[in-house]
Design a protein around this ligand. Structure first.
Ligand SMILES: [Zn+2]
Length: 346
């Protein structure tokens, strides 16, 4: 479905967690909350994420991924066939080597699905008429990253495990469509450190997206855990292989890289729409609207406006809520400046 709005604004997925949410998580861990309290915490957190996005004037909303923990960690709790292992490093700064990791016990099963359908259902029930929304799902590569494959496991390597997850993701996306979802997004923050051949992972993404008729976004970034990237922060090496992905739109990050590769649309060969990250989620600087407008103008030198939408670089889950709100406001105000200029040219 084409967008009616010129330069639609959206978010990548996660919203910032409010202060009270962290306090509630501590109380939950101490066993002070019952199931109804817990349900209310998550429901209210989603309502707040919707509220913040709407108040800022964002065009395509998400549920803020408020029911997820550190982007993917909650999904492993829904899987069977894994053995939880202690984190490699348990002291000091929380980083990519601090996260829980898993071994394979048996073939991985996700009997009840990833839970994204339930998230979407709640989002749908809590927005107004005509509001555009999307559902975000981690990609198959990213889901494998916390799992270590050992000799003699049910999967010979990460790619084979990726096929298992591509199937899981495909089922989830199709179930989302059944629920009335018209726009989905696959998130692959691990693509920058891809193990093995790029063409294998492109085939996996296509399997995950196979037969899905909703609008298909693919977000590739360089990681955001602790506001730190991981891997080489360039997209050019992914082309031309990425041209074979069966997605409608590529969602890429630029603001934190000071707009390096802002001409990347020229590598798309007209195959994809473009969602450009023009707000830096890794910086505490609240970029003024004019700065956001400047970034959009740089992208527009290479991409026709009718194919462009704008977003922050990545999810907001590593920022405090007050700053996330300001950045959403800058995103919308900066976009409005450029919309006006484009309308003036008509
Ligand atoms: Zn990202």
């Amino acid at each position: 479905m084409p967008y009616e709005q010129l330069l639609p604004t959206t978010v990548i997925g996660s919203h910032a967690l409010p202060g009270w949410f962290w306090t509630a998580m501590d109380a939950l861990k101490r066993g002070e909350y019952g199931p109804s309290d817990e349900q209310e915490v998550y429901d209210d957190a989603v309502r707040l994420a919707i509220w913040d996005q709407k108040e800022a004037g964002i065009d395509v909303l998400t549920d803020g991924e408020m029911r997820r923990w550190y982007f993917v960690q909650n999904f492993y709790g829904k899987m069977e066939g894994l053995i939880e292992r202690p984190s490699l490093r348990q002291t000091g700064l929380y980083g990519y080597d601090s996260v829980p990791r898993y071994w394979i016990d048996d073939r991985v099963r996700v009997p009840e699905g990833l839970g994204i359908v339930e998230e979407f259902r709640f989002l749908k029930q809590n927005i107004g008429e005509g509001q555009r929304i999307k559902a975000c799902c981690p990609g198959p590569l990213t889901l494998t990253m916390h799992i270590q494959i050992r000799e003699g496991d049910a999967y010979k390597d990460r790619v084979e495990l990726g096929w298992e997850f591509a199937e899981v993701v495909n089922r989830e996306l199709k179930a989302l469509e059944q629920e009335g979802c018209t726009e989905v997004q696959l998130d692959e923050p691990s693509f920058g450190i891809i193990p093995g051949k790029l063409t294998d992972w492109v085939a996996l993404l296509n399997h995950a997206l196979d037969g899905v008729s909703a609008r298909k976004n693919l977000h590739i970034c360089f990681g955001n855990l602790g506001s730190r990237p991981r891997g080489r922060r360039r997209y050019d090496w992914m082309f031309p292989a990425l041209l074979d992905v069966n997605a409608d739109c590529l969602c890429l990050e630029f603001a934190n890289r000071e707009m390096v590769e802002n001409d990347i649309y020229e590598r798309f060969e007209g195959k994809f729409d473009f969602m450009a990250g023009v707000v830096d989620v890794k910086s505490f600087w609240r970029e003024p609207p004019e700065e956001v407008a400047n970034r959009i103008r740089q992208v527009l030198q290479h991409c026709p406006p009718e194919r462009l939408s704008v977003s922050p670089d990545c999810g907001f889950f590593q920022l405090p809520r007050w700053l996330c709100r300001l950045k959403l406001q800058s995103l919308v105000a900066g976009t409005r400046i450029v919309r006006k200029e484009l309308e003036g040219k008509k």
